[in-house]
Design a binder for this molecule. Structure first.
Ligand SMILES: [Zn+2]
Ligand SMILES: [Zn+2]
Length: 79
């Protein structure tokens, strides 16, 4: 029994992709320096995560959270 490093949901067997948060469980490739592996730094803890990751595996925050908040703000309110 293993847990998803992203959302901490239990994974029943060796899945390549977490069915709960839809993150690919390919952490070992994060340690490789290969041009075809796109990485980015987490907005919150600045650790390296996969570019397509939606949840940071270190601090478990949604990486598109900032985008969500930005979408919720009505531009007219800022004026
Ligand atoms: Zn997950
Ligand atoms: Zn993080």
């Amino acid at each position: 029994m293993m847990k998803c490093p992203y959302c901490h949901e239990r994974l029943t067997d060796k899945v390549v992709k977490c069915p709960h948060c839809e993150q690919f469980l390919l952490d070992p490739i994060l340690n490789l320096d290969h041009p075809s592996i796109d990485k980015k730094n987490c907005t919150f803890c600045d650790k390296k995560v996969l570019k397509e990751a939606k949840i940071c595996r270190y601090c478990h925050r949604w990486l598109d959270e900032v985008d969500r908040i930005a979408r919720d703000i009505d531009p007219d309110d800022l004026v």
